[in-house]
Design a protein around this ligand. Structure first.
Ligand code: ADP
Ligand code: GLC
Length: 484
């Protein structure tokens, strides 16, 4: 099979920049596509928080001017290895005026549209200077969703892109990158304003995501169930008609077995495997100790690692879980950052049950791994979930996922069935406090039967959600497009 040339640009790429699953997935795509022999050029902003000292300047991409909003910004390119020496190269767009000097990845300042228009433009400008003719431009979420239209318009004069096809992966339709229509011209799309979504334009709006939905050659979401969901008015975030018209395929995310593996995970106080789970007991005891919770030999420890947003189902927590905390011997360890309001609510729960409920506010990679390993069960009562990665990490860590039947959660967790003995987790249907409470109580009951619990753990650990199995679906899609 011939190798493909792929240009991938995204706002997050683990381990360099990550706030959620987008970072994990884009980091993994670079690793696994490269591993499968493809020539991948991956672009990420050089955010202020990224340590630039180990990055090499790319001599032939220096002080490149890009006109945005009547101003000329310049960028230079730096390169670093993903995963250390020998890993694939990642290119960093060094534009201090837009990315440096601020700590956060997403900013509240008025130039967010310019920042991500710059990322897309810089990726294409760099391809030109590298003489790299991509077979595929792969954009992710709203941040790089202008790339498909850029390739068809601003850059169409360049024969380098004559055979380029574009893919837009929608990780989360809740974020659309919508701005007042006047901003469209500032991204360089003024001369082709007729190619923007005309209903939105009439309403005075311009959205990065809709532009990508109109002009990408192929659209994907990150699970088959979510692909069906987003084409319905209830779950389409206002884009269902367009998605039905254009068509969208679901390609399930995978997980990186090198980063998430309990037998090799350096973040853990002890390591373990399906053959010997004794290390998991050490992780559990250590998790309770470090979060100040009381030991519990008899009841389960529930873990939560999440962005604090409405998507993740926190509104069900108090009504569903306070009664369980009051009446059962359970522990809950929760790590998250985001909404002040949700953090406040979780803080209240911790104050109400100081020896049973721990809340750590913040973003902490090490703690995320220690919760995955130390918890008995993992809670993901999401309102919607395009795919979700933590339930797959949980399966691999022998931590029984408790999920709502939506999106990728429905595709990756099988409800345990007492009659057949089959199943990898606990799945509830309705987004209600009763549903979550039922699921938590079911976990308490199943946990009490050690043999049953062990069999659920081992069935989960035997699942293979690795990227090696999934990457082929992206390859086939790329090849179909490149041949067309
Ligand atoms: P989403 O992308 O919607 O946030 P996913 O389940 O796909 O949900 O991915 C979340 C990723 O972000 C996981 O790798 C998870 O461990 C990580 N994560 C989320 N919140 C935190 C946090 N507070 N600290 C450390 N890691 C976090
Ligand atoms: C989004 C979704 C999540 C998905 C991740 C990576 O942030 O919320 O479900 O796993 O992207 O695709």
């Amino acid at each position: 099979m011939t190798a493909l040339r792929i240009c991938l640009a995204a706002s997050e790429m683990a381990p360099f920049a990550k706030t959620g699953g987008l970072g994990d997935v884009c980091g993994s795509l670079v690793t696994y596509l490269t591993k499968h022999g493809h020539d991948v050029r991956a672009f990420l902003p050089l955010y202020g928080r990224i340590d630039a000292s180990a990055l090499m300047p790319v001599g032939f991409v220096r002080d490149v001017p890009v006109e945005l909003g009547g101003r000329t910004f310049t960028f230079s390119l730096r390169a670093g290895r993903h995963g250390g020496p020998g890993g694939p190269l990642v290119y960093f767009v060094d534009c201090p005026a837009l990315f440096g000097g601020r700590d956060e990845i997403y900013s509240q300042q008025g130039d967010e549209h310019l920042r991500f228009a710059m990322l897309s433009r810089a990726a294409l400008e760099s391809c030109q200077r590298m003489g790299f003719a991509p077979d595929i431009v792969h954009a992710h979420d709203w941040h790089t969703a202008l790339m498909p239209l850029y390739v068809r318009t601003l850059y169409s004069w360049d024969r380098l892109f004559a055979r380029t096809r574009s893919v837009l992966t929608l990780h989360n339709l809740a974020y659309q990158g919508a701005f007042p229509f006047a901003r469209a011209a500032e991204t360089g799309l003024g001369p082709v304003a007729h190619m923007l979504h005309q209903d939105e334009a009439r309403a005075g709006r311009f959205s990065f995501l809709t532009t990508g939905l109109l002009w990408a050659d192929a659209l994907t979401v990150v699970s088959p169930t979510h692909a069906r969901e987003v084409q319905t008015p209830e779950h389409g975030f206002g884009l269902d008609a367009l998605l039905r018209a254009r068509g969208v395929v679901g390609i399930l995310n995978g997980i990186d077995h090198d980063v998430w593996d309990p037998s090799r995970d350096a973040h853990l106080p002890a390591r373990y495997s399906p053959n010997d789970l004794s290390g998991k007991a050490v992780c559990r005891a250590e998790l309770l100790r470090e979060t100040g919770l009381a030991p519990t030999p008899g009841g389960p420890v529930f873990g939560v690692v999440s962005r604090l947003t409405a998507q993740k189902g926190f509104e069900l927590f108090q009504e569903a879980l306070l009664p369980v905390l009051a009446s059962r011997d359970v522990r809950i360890v929760c790590l998250g950052s985001g909404s002040r309001e949700i953090a406040g609510m979780l803080g209240d729960m911790a104050r109400a049950f100081p020896r049973k409920f721990a809340f750590r506010e913040g973003y902490d990679e090490r703690m995320a791994h220690r919760i995955e390993a130390g918890a008995d069960a993992f809670l993901m009562p999401s309102l919607f979930e395009p795919c979700g990665l933590n339930q797959m990490y949980s399966l691999r860590y022998g931590t029984v996922p408790i999920v709502r039947k939506t999106g990728g959660l429905a595709d990756t967790v099988r409800l345990y069935d007492r009659r057949t003995g089959d199943g990898t987790g606990i799945v509830f249907d309705h987004f209600t406090a009763q549903g979550l409470r039922w699921a938590a109580e079911t976990a308490v009951r199943l946990f009490a039967d050690r043999a049953v619990w062990r069999s659920i753990q081992l069935q989960g650990m035997a699942e293979d959600n690795g990227w090696d199995r999934r990457i082929g679906e992206y390859e086939s899609l790329y090849r179909r497009l490149a041949a067309g």
